[in-house]
Design a binder for this molecule. Structure first.
Ligand SMILES: [Zn+2]
Length: 66
């Protein structure tokens, strides 16, 4: 889990890369800001990227992903 700050709206959020690494089948996956939708990170990968808002203690809120 990585925490980054959105360069557009300034909100901090978390993203993680998950899923099985498979040879080939790579696509551009992006971590989008949960608040404004700005792309904060992208990578060519066969895995998936989910992003999460942070709760009041700074922990990722896993109940909803973006
Ligand atoms: Zn944002």
């Amino acid at each position: 889990m990585t925490i980054i700050k959105c360069k557009k709206c300034g909100q901090e959020y978390a993203y993680e890369i998950w899923g099985t690494v498979t040879p080939g089948g790579k696509e551009r996956e992006t971590a989008n800001c949960p608040y404004c939708g700005e792309v904060g990170y992208s990578e060519m990968t066969s895995q998936f990227i989910s992003s999460y808002k942070l709760d009041s203690e700074g922990n990722p809120d896993r109940r909803k992903s973006y």
